[in-house]
Design a protein around this ligand. Sequence first.
Ligand SMILES: Nc1ncnc2c1ncn2[C@@H]1O[C@H](COP(=O)(O)OP(=O)(O)OP(=O)(O)O)[C@@H](O)[C@H]1O
Ligand SMILES: O=P(O)(O)OC[C@H]1O[C@H](OP(=O)(O)OP(=O)(O)O)[C@H](O)[C@@H]1O
Ligand SMILES: [Mg+2]
Length: 401
Amino acid sequence: MSAMLAARLYSAAIPSHQSPSPRSSFRLRPMPTAGSRSLAPRAAASATVVSTKPAPAAAPSSADRSVVRIGLPSKGRMAEQTLSLLKSCQLSVRQLNPRQYTADIPLIPNLEVWFQRPKDIVRKLQSGDLDLGVVGFDTVSEYGQANDDLVVVHDDLDFGQCRLSLAVPKGGAFENINSLEELVRMPEWTEERPLRVVTGFGYLGAKFLKDNGFKHVVLLSADGALESFPPMGMADAIVDLVSSGTTLRENNLKEIEGGVVLESQATLVASRRSLHKREGVLEITHELLERLEAHLRASAELMVTANMRGNSAEDVAQRVHSLTSICGLQGPTISPVYCRRDGEVAVEYYAMNVVVPQKLLYKAIQQLRSIGGSGVLVTKLTYIFDEETPRWRNLLTELGL
Ligand SMILES: Nc1ncnc2c1ncn2[C@@H]1O[C@H](COP(=O)(O)OP(=O)(O)OP(=O)(O)O)[C@@H](O)[C@H]1O
Ligand SMILES: O=P(O)(O)OC[C@H]1O[C@H](OP(=O)(O)OP(=O)(O)O)[C@H](O)[C@@H]1O
Ligand SMILES: [Mg+2]
């Protein structure tokens, strides 16, 4: 092993407590997922840069500040998608100067935006310098290390989907190794020659290996290009993020059964202390949650409007209800279309509005036509607000409020 790697061993990183999986043992609890989510890619967006206002004054210390602070990723793939999601919720981020790390969201006056590296967002939530943050669940879990102060308010922001996974070379000694159990049982790993696993996730990686019974193992630390370590002979396995699997494939590595450490995507995280103590945090979190939930729900649906010939609204409703792809949120809204016929006002058509899942749209159009629908209009929805967001209720329960 090279001196560089030896110096970076996580000798004391293996936590002492034992549990079946990192996620289940965490005191850091994501709010339960409510409803299904769309995997549709979102359009890219960036912060609007304006120069009409002076930069905000130097930030006061965490104890005496009165503004609420949210940390957003300053770089990497999460940065653009976070801004894009907020923009879709009418919460455009206004950056006064692209070289500054602060910005604001005009629609929420008491909220200050701080652009930070994802791991620093988690650190600053814990130190009290930030109240809210958008980061991957992997980052919260790694740098939050089960800190009870971190509360995952929204665990399903529908971008940054990836998994933290263990991978080994496809060939050589690993040719017939296809599961974690087989890897643990390999006779090659001894005290003198342990399995060398390289990762940027020292906490989660160590815990995963310990929980899965690896005895003769060393964890090596590196920040990037981990997939190059096994082909270069510097490590036997890696624990890294995987999304499409291309990087693994290109480096002749494979995932194995039971090797997923954690599933991740972008989350909204808050400091429990801030939610309890800092004025305005709970209200802002509520507004963010409402907008995010309503928007994410709406992005999987489309509003369909069609004209239908019929004798009555009930007659039209009955025909619509016979269709499998059209059910609407509660049911279709049907209203009479008043036409002028020979100088008289008459109702021959009804306009029908119904919310249809995006993936069923074409089927819905075909079915609507088959029952006499015409003039079909399809519109995107910005929000679907329900009576109360389930995640808000869950958050209040979590906070004992
Ligand atoms: N390949 C991927 N596909 C999807 N999401 C990913 C992928 N890799 C990372 N992510 C998510 O994006 C987050 C940020 O990763 P990214 O690589 O953009 O920044 P970083 O790792 O902080 O920066 P850097 O890699 O430059 O040090 C990760 O914590 C993870 O949640
Ligand atoms: O499964 P894939 O779609 O191929 O994605 C996986 C790769 O993405 C991330 O790297 P990133 O692009 O962030 O580069 P980095 O090593 O510089 O962090 C991750 O560390 C993997 O290397
Ligand atoms: Mg990266």
